[in-house]
Design a protein around this ligand. Structure first.
Ligand code: UDP
Length: 259
């Protein structure tokens, strides 16, 4: 295969030049990082599962009219996406207290929040993605007020939709992170959902047992990390119990690595 031009390599994904102008190929790696990349590891088969899970969610969101960068999945680890100008803000939506919210404000993990909270973080690894307010976004021109209104509206729609989607398969959506990007149409820019939605950037707890089915298993060394990602995919109907192809793929991966 002809060598493609790599545009960017992040912690969990690589972006390559796409087949047409304005497109990119998003490749999902098995690499995992936590605590601002101080902890590093691999979650075998994660890239395959996140590619499928994110495809499933972005496709569903498009059917309810949320514009996204997703075009189509190409293979086990790659998807074709629209090239966007990433807005340097991570949008965190919280339904239940956990993670940094619990730590900063001393609210017990698992406490249902009386209303959904949206928080903003400035995307800058060197600064450790600091939390910011609307005022910083306006002051430094990271996004316009209109763009932020669109982003907040879409984030709430995504949250409502995902809460229902996960509740239907016995999962509580505790919190999650979104990223948005601009696409240009002449002089006019529009904001669309970008990046990915997967157990890497969501907290997902089993509705009955509160078992964590997300990257916290890696962050907190809880074990059964691969199994948690597989469980989410299986419940979403992306991994049939009798169709073990993806699992077999993971197993052959492990065997090759002598595990
Ligand atoms: N999150 C993420 N990337 C980040 C920071 C947070 O995907 O760089 C997600 C994280 O998985 C969780 C939510 O955003 O679902 C809220 O994370 P939190 O602020 O609690 O930070 P953490 O505890 O992960 O440091």
């Amino acid at each position: 295969m002809a060598r493609r031009r790599q545009i960017y390599e992040g912690k969990a994904k690589i972006l390559y030049e796409g087949p047409e102008p304005g497109t990119l190929i998003q490749y999902f790696k098995d690499d995992a990082t936590a605590f601002n990349a101080q902890k590093r590891g691999t979650i075998s088969g994660k890239g395959v599962l996140n590619n499928r899970i994110s495809e499933h969610i972005f496709t569903a969101l498009q059917t309810i009219g949320v514009p996204t960068h997703f075009i189509r999945r190409l293979n086990m680890r790659e998807q074709l996406i629209r090239q966007v100008e990433i807005i340097p803000i991570e949008i965190v939506i919280r339904n239940v207290a956990a993670g940094s919210l619990s730590k900063r404000l001393g609210i017990e993990e698992g406490t249902q929040l009386p209303r959904t909270i949206i928080e903003y973080y400035y995307k800058d690894d060197a600064l450790g993605d600091p939390m910011i307010a609307d005022e910083h976004i306006a002051c430094f021109g990271w996004a316009s007020q209109d763009e932020m209104n669109d982003i907040a509206d879409m984030a709430i729609r995504v949250n409502d939709f995902l809460c229902g989607m996960f509740a239907a398969i016995g999962i509580r959506l505790i919190d999650f992170k979104l990223e948005f990007g601009r696409v240009w149409d002449g002089d006019y820019a529009r904001v669309i959902l970008a990046d990915e939605i997967s157990p890497d950037g969501c907290r997902l707890w089993d509705l009955k047992t509160n078992k964590k089915l997300d990257k916290d298993r890696f962050r907190q060394d809880l074990g059964e990390v691969e199994e948690a990602y597989q469980e989410v995919a299986r419940r979403l109907g992306l991994l049939q119990p009798d169709d073990e192809s993806a699992v077999l793929d993971l197993d052959s991966h492990r065997k090759k690595r002598g595990k």
